[in-house]
Write a protein that binds this ligand. Structure first.
Ligand code: ZN
Length: 401
C-alpha cells in the first residue's frame, strides 16, 4: 500500500487516537511479524567461548550473555552461527585443534540437552528442515583457521563435524593469512598454505570468511575462491576510516562482484568513529596498566580497571540508526543482495548499540529499515536470503565435484 505523507499522517493520527499507538509502534509490530515470517540468520554469535569461560544453560533463560533460547525466539532468530573461536595464542602453543573440538562438543551438548529446541545444521538443507520443524538451527563457523594446523585432513575432519565457514585468521597473522589487527605481515596476503586451503575449502563446500584479514589477504581470498565468499562479522570502513578490520568500499565491491555477502557487526566500535576511538584509547591505557602490574588479559584486576575507566569516561554507544547507516552504505555501493547480519553477540563485551543489546532485539533494526522504506523483499534478503544463497552456492560446488 502506498500512502501520501498526508494520508500517512492521518492514518497515524487515527491509530494514535484510537489505540494510543504511533507510527513507530506500527513499524515495530510489523518488524516483529517479518522477523517471525522470514528466515533470520546471524553469522556470528560467540556462545561456545562464552560458555567455555562462564557456563550457563542457554536452553533456558540466562542471567548473563546475549543469547539464550527464549530471547532467540523473541527476536525471531532461526539460524545462529555458533562461533568456534580459538585465540591466536592457541596457534602458538599448539592447543587450537583440541580447543576447537571441545567447543564443537559444547554446541552438541546444548542440542542434546534440548533436542526439541535446537539442532545442528551442517548444510543449508539441514537448516531449512530444522526451521520447518520449529527448531533453531545452530550452524558452526570456525573463527581463526589455527585448528587446521597446516593439515588439509583436519579441514575434512571439521567439515565432517559440521563446520560451514572458516575465518582464515583472527587477531594475529597466522600460518594461513595476515591479520588486520597485526602489525606483523608474514605473507603480504595469504600464505602458500592459505591459498591451498581456500581451494580445498571450495572443493569441500566450506565457506571462506574474510573477516579479520588484512586488505591484501581479503583481496587474494576473494580473487582465488571459485565460489562466493563472506565477511561473517565486519562493518563498513567508511564510518571508521583507519580501522582495517572493517571492509573498505573496494573490497566490498569486489566481494559483491563475486556474489558474496558482508554480514554487519553490531559492536559500537565497528559502527561509529567515536566508539572506535574510545576502544583504541582504552586499549592503550589497559595495555599499559596490565604491563605495569604484570596482569593477564582476563585477570579480575583488569575488569576493575575497565569499570573504573568507564565510570570516568562514558562509553559512546552506537544506535540502531547508526547500524542501519552501514546497511544503507552496502546497498548503495554494492546492492541489497550483498548484505546481512553478523552481530558478534557474546563476542564484543558491553559495547552493543542502544536498542540492539541481545538476540531479542533484531526487530528494532527491522523497524528502522521499514522507516527507511526498505521493502519486505529487501528485508527478507538481508535477514537471511542472501546468506542462504551463498551457502547453497558453496555447497552446490561440492555436489558438482
Ligand atoms: Zn571476531
Amino acid at each position: 500500500m502506498r500512502l501520501s505523507l498526508i494520508q500517512r499522517a492521518l492514518v497515524g493520527g487515527l491509530i494514535l487516537a484510537t489505540s494510543g499507538h504511533t507510527l513507530g509502534d506500527d513499524n515495530l509490530q510489523r518488524a516483529r511479524e517479518l522477523a517471525n515470517t522470514y528466515l533470520l540468520v546471524d553469522t556470528h554469535i560467540d556462545v561456545p567461548y562464552r560458555l567455555h569461560d562462564h557456563w550457563e544453560d542457554v536452553t533456558q533463560a540466562t542471567e548473563k550473555g546475549e543469547f539464550d533460547y527464549p530471547r532467540a525466539v523473541a527476536g525471531g532468530l532461526n539460524v545462529p552461527f555458533m562461533s568456534i573461536y580459538t585465540p591466536p595464542s592457541a596457534e602458538l602453543d599448539g592447543s587450537a585443534y583440541n580447543l576447537a573440538n571441545n567447543l564443537i562438543d559444547q554446541v552438541e551438548a546444548i542440542v542434546a540437552r534440548a533436542p526439541d529446541k535446537f539442532g545442528i545444521a551442517a548444510t543449508p538443507a539441514d537448516a531449512q528442515q530444522l526451521v520447518a520443524d520449529g527448531r533453531i538451527a545452530m550452524a558452526l563457523g570456525m573463527e581463526n583457521g589455527a585448528p587446521i594446523a597446516g593439515d588439509l585432513n583436519k579441514l575434512r575432519h571439521f567439515r565432517d563435524r559440521g563446520v560451514s565457514y572458516i575465518t582464515l585468521a583472527h587477531g594475529l597473522s597466522n600460518h594461513i593469512s595476515d591479520s588486520s589487527y597485526d602489525d606483523v605481515r608474514f605473507w603480504n596476503g595469504l600464505s602458500p598454505f592459505g591459498a591451498q586451503l581456500v581451494q580445498a575449502m571450495n572443493r569441500l563446500g566450506v565457506m571462506v570468511d574474510i573477516s579479520h584479514l588484512s586488505d591484501a589477504a581479503a583481496a587474494e581470498a576473494i580473487a582465488l575462491s571459485t565460489v562466493p565468499v563472506i565477511a561473517s562479522h565486519s562493518s563498513m570502513r567508511k564510518f571508521t576510516p583507519d580501522f582495517e578490520r572493517n571492509l573498505d568500499d573496494k573490497l566490498t565491491k569486489a566481494l559483491a562482484k563475486r556474489d558474496g555477502v558482508v554480514l554487519i557487526n553490531f559492536g559500537s566500535s565497528f559502527i561509529t568513529q567515536d566508539a572506535n576511538r574510545y576502544f583504541k584509547t582504552y586499549g592503550e591505557a589497559a595495555d599499559a596498566y596490565a604491563e605495569r602490574y604484570g596482569l593477564a588479559e582476563h585477570a579480575p584486576e583488569m575488569a576493575a580497571f575497565e569499570a573504573d575507566y568507564r565510570a570516568k569516561q562514558a562509553f559512546p554507544f552506537a544506535t540502531v540508526s547508526d547500524v542501519a547507516d552501514h546497511i544503507d552504505h552496502v546497498v548503495k555501493i554494492a546492492g541489497i543482495d550483498h548484505v546481512g547480519i553478523g552481530s558478534d553477540y557474546d563476542g564484543v563485551g558491553d559495547s552493543l548499540p542502544v536498542g540492539l543489546k541481545d538476540v531479542s532485539t533484531y526487530p528494532n533494526l527491522i523497524a528502522e529499515l521499514l522507516a527507511r522504506r526498505y521493502s519486505e523483499a529487501d528485508i527478507e534478503k538481508l535477514l537471511g536470503g542472501n546468506l542462504m544463497r551463498v551457502w547453497k552456492a558453496v555447497v552446490a560446488g561440492v555436489e558438482r565435484a
